[in-house]
Design a protein around this ligand. Structure first.
Ligand SMILES: Nc1ncnc2c1ncn2[C@@H]1O[C@H](COP(=O)(O)OP(=O)(O)OP(=O)(O)O)[C@@H](O)[C@H]1O
Length: 429
């Protein structure tokens, strides 16, 4: 009986111990799984912010190389929220378009009471602004007497809030207060392409850089035409509207005229800039993506010739085309500031592309997507040629080294021979 009760006690104790062990391990298992699922959730959340937001909150389009620029308002801070938003949480609101709304006071402070003027555009002055977050931005103040101001403003915020690409001067905020309308853009420290092509204050742009700029602009336009939903026609592509950042990457700016397109496809007035306007648009008053392609073609010739389209560039191009048949021999129009430092093959390829873009018949012009591919191929060939030259020079270096080593050996043995002859001579004396 005593033995039986001892056995019972031991059995119960073992059961209790096993129960406790099972309960503890169950508890830890549960904790581990919860943690894992949290990690999974947060990484999938992060992944969801990575793809390119082409246009609109829920559409996503990936182009040849369309990535959100480093300045995008969707840029993540340490906690996943926008750095741009960070500074505005206290007093500012994020609008329906997802773009932060700045207070007039903040922008007044950031522009030192609007004294940091960068330049004056058709819609009003542009100021450089130093935000409390440390970011530098450009603030475009829409002229209050501008008729288009109101419509431009509302449509621009709505449209631009959904457009992000590393080759676009992205809108990062706006202000609608005290009867003032302001647009806040990412700041482009190197100014406009026009200033680099025409101002004596800048070093001439190298040929290499010109081709890269052409590709950047083509990519920005490709995004507007084929990535944005609904697609956007810029309507005012010109070297003044191409801005350069600190590393000389180009971005397409000023969507002033594309806003109009969203409202009225057949606007009564001819809009755009003289010298860049598609002749087909002038006669039909219908602006298409191919009209942007025409203006891009003019821009390519501007990059090649370093001449202003408003000062007879296209007449000059047409004259040269008579001799070149549009394909080769474009060297005669090349910018003299290049000082002959350009690759003739590349030049002819870029010019031939430009000539296709300015074809009188819009259908015969390439699409922006085709143009990106052609420019990419030109740059790839350049890379291959460079690589080929490098490996050739490495082979030559090796061969030279072999010859040098042979020569050194010969020189050493010659030297020794001379020494031994000398010593023999010494002995003989
Ligand atoms: N984001 C920016 N960063 C740096 N400078 C800028 C920025 N946006 C505009 N600017 C500069 O401000 C000036 C005015 O620009 P804006 O785009 O208003 O007019 P524009 O392109 O010169 O002329 P238009 O309005 O006739 O097209 C230009 O010198 C331009 O280079």
């Amino acid at each position: 009986m005593k033995d039986e009760s001892i056995g019972l006690i031991i059995g119960i104790s073992i059961g209790v111990v096993i129960g406790i062990v099972l309960a503890i391990s169950g508890f830890f298992c549960l904790r581990y799984h919860r943690k894992r699922s949290q990690i999974g959730n947060s990484s999938s959340r992060r992944a969801a912010t990575l793809p390119i937001r082409a246009n609109g909150a829920d559409s996503c389009n990936i182009l040849s190389d369309s990535t959100i620029g480093p300045d995008s308002p969707v840029k993540s801070g340490w906690n996943g929220s926008s750095l741009w938003l960070e500074g505005f949480k206290k007093s500012n609101v994020v609008s329906v378009s997802g773009i932060p709304e700045y207070s007039y006071k903040d922008l007044q402070k950031a522009t030192y009471n609007f004294t940091t003027l960068i330049g004056q555009g058709a819609f009003g002055p542009v100021y450089k602004a130093q935000m409390s977050t440390g970011e530098t931005v450009a603030v475009k103040v829409l002229a209050t007497d501008s008729k288009q101001g109101e419509k431009e403003f509302q449509t621009e915020v709505m449209l631009l809030g959904r457009l992000h690409h590393r080759n676009l001067v992205n809108l990062v905020g706006y202000c609608a207060e005290k009867g003032q309308h302001m647009l806040v853009y990412v700041y482009m420290s190197q100014g406009s392409l026009a200033s680099h092509l025409y101002s004596e204050n800048h070093e001439p742009l190298s040929w290499n850089l010109r081709v890269h700029i052409a590709l950047d602009v083509a990519r920005g336009l490709e995004y507007l035409h084929d990535g944005a939903v609904p697609s956007v026609i810029h309507r005012d592509i010109k070297s003044n509207n191409i801005l350069l950042d600190h590393s000389m990457r180009a971005r397409v700016a000023d969507f002033g005229l594309s806003r109009e397109e969203m409202v009225d496809k057949h606007a009564a007035n001819v809009r755009g800039t003289f010298g860049y306007l598609d002749p087909e648009y002038i006669s039909t008053r219908t602006f298409t993506k191919k009209s942007d392609v025409y203006s891009f073609g003019v821009l390519l010739f501007e990059l090649i010739a370093g001449r202003n389209p408003q000062q007879g560039l296209m007449e000059y191009v047409e004259l040269a085309a008579m001799n070149t048949e549009g394909k080769v021999g474009w060297e005669e129009i090349v910018d003299s500031r290049l000082d002959g430092k350009f690759d003739v093959q590349e030049l002819n390829e870029v010019a031939a592309l430009g000539y296709k873009c300015i074809n009188r018949v819009p259908k015969k012009r390439p699409s922006m997507r085709d143009i990106v591919q052609v420019l990419l191929r030109i740059l790839k060939l350049r890379h291959n040629r460079k690589h080929h030259r490098r490996s050739l020079s490495a082979i030559t270096d090796e061969a030279t080294m072999d010859v040098d080593q042979e020569e050194t050996k010969t020189q050493i043995s010659d030297h020794r021979r001379v020494e031994s002859v000398d010593s023999t001579a010494d002995c003989e004396v």
